[in-house]
Design a protein around this ligand. Structure first.
Ligand SMILES: *Cc1c(COP(=O)(O)O)cnc(C)c1O
Length: 386
């Protein structure tokens, strides 16, 4: 077995059509805030099934804007998972609020609802304000259940759906609920970082069904400035604008939006490819006792294909020696030095920590060829037959 080209855990897929979409915008008059942003927003909302979408500079900016739009401040307390990218938690701290991490469930590696409820009940009524729920790896979190919990305790929900465009769960009325469609969460966010399903270099999107949150996000994305005559408090003439809130420059460019539109055309195809890779891995590893595979579900968007193994470091190094660059998702956020200095420590979240000790993300992206996939599988089988 030989493989000369390194195989990463994830990578973007850029076609000639994508390149032409970008270059045509570069040759036009408008590089930022042009017509492609609105088109991308409309098409993305349509793909996800939300009423509104707001394109922004990246997924982290999307999270920050969500926290701002929901009024997060220094008295805000929010629950999230530790098995996520740090930004899911950081966005609350950007606004002066604080995060309480709650442990995961052993099957799906998502926030454990029973533990979330226990955590809420351990505090006085009204202590918590919201939950950042993460569709980790592409597995849709059951937002219908979480909504019930949130309603009981008057909490808002931000769905971090960075891993799950095209993912869904089926609710109690037997309706497919797409990740980020806004049925059960106030706001959802996506990232268009190159390893995610849709790549625009940097880029992000917020989806919602709430008009007043949408209006706030539009304002906050561009310095809190509006030019819309119907929103102005005064009006001095054609040049006039008003800065009505303390906003940011979190805009995406028009050529990135054009790339996003072009990528979106292949989103369904890419998702099918991810699912077929997951199926193939699952079948190949079924007989290897040392490997815990993720259960195959049609609603899983398979941003990551995560296995659990007893000897993770050794397998990781072995794969590297074979030019296969598996990754670890994630080092628990509560064990990052920043959060440790706030009082979090090893032992606080036993299941998240145990998960971290054994998890490994195998190559998963639409352009992973049949040959490369077989090579990865053969290497792993060979490793376990030593
Ligand atoms: C990628 C990612 C983000 C951040 O997105 P950026 O576009 O890189 O800022 C946030 N949350 C999760 C779960 C992610 O995977």
């Amino acid at each position: 077995m030989k493989n000369s080209k390194p195989i990463p855990y994830g990578r973007q897929h850029i076609t000639q059509e994508d390149i032409e979409a970008v270059t045509s915008v570069l040759q036009s008059d408008i590089l930022t805030q042009g017509p492609y942003i609105e088109e991308f927003e409309k098409k993305f909302a349509n793909y996800i099934g939300s009423t509104y979408a707001v394109a922004v500079a990246n997924g982290t900016a999307a999270l920050h804007l969500c926290a701002l739009a929901l009024g997060v401040n220094s008295s805000t307390k929010v629950i999230t998972t530790s098995i996520t990218f740090a930004a899911s938690a950081n966005c609350i701290h950007y606004c002066g609020g604080s995060i309480d991490f709650v442990d995961i469930d052993e099957q799906l590696y998502l926030l454990d609802f029973d533990k979330v409820e226990k955590q809420i009940q351990s505090k006085p009524a009204g202590f918590y304000n919201g939950i950042v729920a993460v569709d980790f790896a592409g597995q849709a979190i059951d937002l219908e259940k979480l909504r019930k919990l949130a309603n009981t305790h008057k909490l808002w929900i931000i769905e971090d759906a960075c891993h799950a465009p095209g993912g869904y769960f089926t609710d109690s009325r037997n309706i497919k609920q797409n990740c980020g469609n806004g049925t059960y969460a106030e706001l959802a966010i996506f990232s268009f970082h190159p390893v995610k399903h849709i790549a625009t270099g940097e880029g992000g999107m917020i989806t919602t069904n709430d008009k007043s949150l949408y209006d706030k996000l539009i304002l906050l994305r561009t310095h809190g400035i509006t030019r819309k005559p119907e929103l102005l408090i005064e009006n001095h003439g054609g040049w006039y604008y008003e800065m009505q809130e303390l906003g940011y420059n979190y805009r995406i460019t028009d050529f990135q939006a054009a790339l996003g539109i072009s990528q979106l055309k292949r989103a369904t195809e890419g998702l099918q490819k991810r699912k077929s890779i997951a199926r193939k891995y699952n079948a190949a590893f079924a007989q290897i006792e040392s490997i815990v595979t993720p259960s195959f579900e049609d609603g899983h968007a398979y941003h990551l294909y995560v296995i659990q193994v007893p000897d993770r470091l050794d397998l990781y190094n072995y794969l590297r020696s074979k030019n296969i660059f598996a990754q670890v998702h994630y080092i628990p956020v509560h064990l990052m030095p920043y959060y440790k200095q706030l009082g979090w420590k090893k032992g606080d979240l036993p299941l998240a920590e145990a998960y971290y000790e054994h998890c490994l993300s195998l190559p998963m992206y639409p352009t992973l060829s049949e040959e490369e996939l077989n090579y990865v599988i053969e290497c792993i089988i060979q490793y376990y037959s030593k």
